[in-house]
Write a protein that binds this ligand. Sequence first.
Ligand code: FAD
Length: 243
Amino acid sequence: MAWKTFPLTVVRTDMITPTALSLTFERSDGEPFEYKAGQFINVHFDADGQPVHRSYSIATPPDGGVFEIAMSPVKGGLATKLLSGLKVGDVIDASGPYGRFVLRDDDPCRYILAATGTGVTPYRAMLPALEKLLTEGFTIDILLGIWRREEALYAEDFIRFCDEHAGAVFHACYSREMPDEPQEHEREGYVQLHVAALDPRPETDIVYLCGNPNMIDEAMEMLKAREFPTRQLRREKYLPARV
Ligand SMILES: Cc1cc2nc3c(=O)[nH]c(=O)nc-3n(C[C@H](O)[C@H](O)[C@H](O)COP(=O)(O)OP(=O)(O)OC[C@H]3O[C@@H](n4cnc5c(N)ncnc54)[C@H](O)[C@@H]3O)c2cc1C
């Protein structure tokens, strides 16, 4: 497949948890970068002389200017090595945007937006759009599954958003280590169990699932048993690349 790539210049790098790296880019060919909240880009590079690409969800709301991704490192990973070594001013090749994991023209309902790890980035990009939906009668639960508190990327953004907006609730779900003094938004156990604990119903709810394929499969099984139609289940699996 011939990809239509464009250059991206790194304008900022930040460690946003002990392991997750945020990279902020701008297009360096002078063109605007237009996308919908929830979409992803492909990063293209050569490995052992072969062209490869990896996908990364966009973590910031669309505004035509700079945008951010968050990368969780994978041991021995090709893109992990490339992205971890980037410095401000470096240029990489990318293509996109891609994906249909976006907000649609739904009637007011409860959105259950669940993710593991960096899978929460699409929901961060959606925050301004979600703010508008809250004024239209939607309610929103945002659930992030990680091992422990220190890995809860962008948690402050979701906590602030939910503090400021009645109708929005953030749940940080820890599968390995619960803090000694949990805060109101902190839960113990796998994120999919907390999706189930919200008692999702097809009459009132639409569910978005993003990140770890096993989490998504388990949640899908539970939701299908509850007779959710496919159109109310939206997912983005972070499947490892085949090359
Ligand atoms: C639509 C989409 C969006 C994505 N968005 C993001 C994102 O926003 N942030 C992000 O960090 N990642 C995201 N991913 C995953 C990302 O594309 C890469 O797969 C990931 O960064 C690993 O790439 P790598 O080249 O470093 O590792 P690779 O070189 O592909 O893999 C190295 C080795 O690790 C194994 N491996 C790969 N991934 C995993 C894993 N998750 N768990 C355990 N073993 C693994 C591989 O099978 C291989 O043996 C997304 C994936 C998809 C499909």
